[in-house]
Ligand binder design. Structure first.
Ligand code: SER
Length: 314
């Protein structure tokens, strides 16, 4: 049976770029995109309008297209989830359990589900945060991701479900808009510098957070899913590091392209979420198990973002 992929939550920040990456690698007709929202950018290839919590609807799409692998990206992120914790828990957990159950029943060969640096909390060591460490998240988003990691590990151990996961840091890209996270400032800042030459950050100047440029994140995701099963030793979720910077540091880098750029600060409730997360991540397990290496540092990321976003916006 050949590979047929379903991406659930394909219209979001990661989905938009992941669908493109998967289609380039495996062919447009072999990747079905699905969401409750229309795609952010026009994509060529099949699209299904379906809710990630609609078990029958998801099953119908899987049967209709002969799906063998699911990438489940639908979720509420940190800031949006805090506005409706009960719904965030429901969406983030129900969608995962539907897919894990389908895999247990043998209807899927492989599952990808993203976790996050939000599984860490104020009691976690902040620098070079290890793969195995204290996880006492303070956001409902983090609680749901930590519980999800537990479910992935359980379905793998108990039922042999081939599920794989990455704890994404903040993701930065020019092709799609982020949706409701604490790290979104690092995307907004590029749009604002180009539109108005000024940006007011909702995180303070020294809030260093782990981040990653989208091409690295997409490559990591597909590489992890394509790695031989025996190399994937961590079945909760892998730490993954790209770069780490603060609002103040990215402003310095942006001024190399826009010398008059004005940066202001007005921290809001998202500051507390950022304060509870690590500054940098130890990803040696991902490096050792399936050969992960990031390509973009801060300068390379900013140079590439500016180049592409400028073109896109003009
Ligand atoms: N980018 C996410 C957020 O800020 C972290 O996983 O919510």
């Amino acid at each position: 049976m050949s590979k047929k992929i379903l991406v659930i939550g394909s219209s979001g920040q990661i989905g938009t770029e992941l669908v493109e990456g998967l289609r380039a690698r495996f062919g447009s007709e072999n990747v079905v995109a699905s969401d409750i929202k229309e795609p952010q950018v026009k994509q060529d290839g099949p699209f299904a309008m379906v809710n990630a919590m609609d078990q029958r609807g998801i099953e119908r799409v899987i049967e209709k297209h002969g799906i063998t692998e699911v990438y489940l990206l639908a979720a509420l992120l940190s800031a949006t989830a805090e506005k409706d914790p009960a719904f965030a828990w429901k969406l983030n957990m129900e969608s995962l359990l539907i897919i894990l159950e389908l895999a247990r029943e043998g209807k899927l060969k492989k599952v990808y589900w993203p976790s996050s640096i939000a599984v860490f909390g104020p009691t976690t060591p902040k620098d070079n945060t290890p793969q195995q460490t204290v996880t006492e998240p303070s956001t409902v988003y983090g609680i749901s991701k930590l519980a999800g990691e537990g479910w992935c590990r359980y379905y793998n151990k108990r039922y042999g479900v081939d599920v794989r996961s990455i704890r994404y840091p903040g993701l930065i890209g020019w092709k799609s808009a982020p949706g409701g996270g604490t790290t979104d400032y690092a995307v907004h800042i590029f749009h604002e510098v180009m539109k108005s030459g000024a940006y007011t950050s909702f995180l303070g100047p020294k809030s260093t957070l782990p981040m990653m440029y989208m091409p690295d994140a997409i490559r990591a995701t597909i590489d992890l899913m394509e790695a031989p099963s025996e190399q994937v030793k961590e079945r909760g979720s892998y730490n993954l590091a790209g770069l780490s910077f603060s609002p103040e540091e990215i402003a310095v880098e942006l001024r190399k392209h826009y010398p008059d750029f004005k940066m202001g600060y007005a921290p809001d409730e998202r500051q507390a979420y950022a304060d509870s997360w690590p500054r940098s991540i130890d990803d040696s397990a991902a490096r050792k198990d399936w050969g992960w290496r990031p390509e973009f540092d801060l300068k390379a990321m900013v140079d590439d973002m500016v180049l592409h976003l400028r073109k896109k916006l003009s």
